[in-house]
Design a protein around this ligand. Sequence first.
Ligand SMILES: NC(=O)c1ccc[n+]([C@@H]2O[C@H](COP(=O)([O-])OP(=O)(O)OC[C@H]3O[C@@H](n4cnc5c(N)ncnc54)[C@H](OP(=O)(O)O)[C@@H]3O)[C@@H](O)[C@H]2O)c1
Length: 237
Amino acid sequence: MTLAGKRVAITGGSGGIGAAIAAEVVGRGGTVTLIGRTEARLKEAAADLGPRASYLVADVSDGAALDSALEQAGPLDHLVTAAAGGVAGPFADVPEDAVRDLFETKFWGQYRAVRAVLPRLPSDGSVLLFSGFLYRKPAVGLSAFAAVNGAIEGLVKALAVEAAPVRINALSPGRIDTLGGGEPMPDDARREYVAMAGREATLGRIGTAAEAAHGAVFLLESSYTTGVTLDVDGGLR
Ligand SMILES: NC(=O)c1ccc[n+]([C@@H]2O[C@H](COP(=O)([O-])OP(=O)(O)OC[C@H]3O[C@@H](n4cnc5c(N)ncnc54)[C@H](OP(=O)(O)O)[C@@H]3O)[C@@H](O)[C@H]2O)c1
């Protein structure tokens, strides 16, 4: 199966890995609807992609706004749910509300998007959810990510059974050179992060959004792959 002529909605499509997936879909002849919170970012990302890209503003933690955007997106073949926030800090210190906020975007945001779209996906359609390396390679101060990623990977396996023949998969990025749901780092901290990512990954470097998107395209196009979480992580496990 190819993405030519396919219609794909991408939450988090205005930046990072979601934007790189949008570029791959358009490059293969598909059309994309980008969903995010910031109109200026969405407008610029859609303009960069040309006439087969459009956008809708919605926060994935607002169920009504997300439902409405996905309704306005019209008929779809694939759903990609890349939008997520982030939280870091020692388990004992991170406020519970901050962890709940992460779950609102990264778990419930994905869950709600799937609920809204699944009933109208065609039998050869698919959903691509997002996990992340912190489930298989935990790190101090990032336990909330490990928990939410584990929840998504469980959902993927169960939903694949229930949604068949629609395919349900997830991408688990390793350390990728994007914002990762956080704010831009100061230059020094960014350099240290990139160096640390290189030390930890088997491939000796941080990954690019385009490399993560390549794995995403495989999952969208592979007509006999479902219930899978694909690690695109440079060997970081
Ligand atoms: N980058 C990594 O190293 C890494 C590692 C493991 C897993 N992941 C996972 O990969 C996925 C994509 O991450 P990324 O690195 O591409 O993130 P990113 O660079 O921070 O991009 C996030 C995108 O989502 C949008 N977004 C954020 N919060 C949103 C919300 N509440 N509602 C709607 N849109 C929202 C952002 O636009 P606005 O802010 O304008 O809304 C942006 O377009 C996430 O699930 C992340 O946890 C990333």
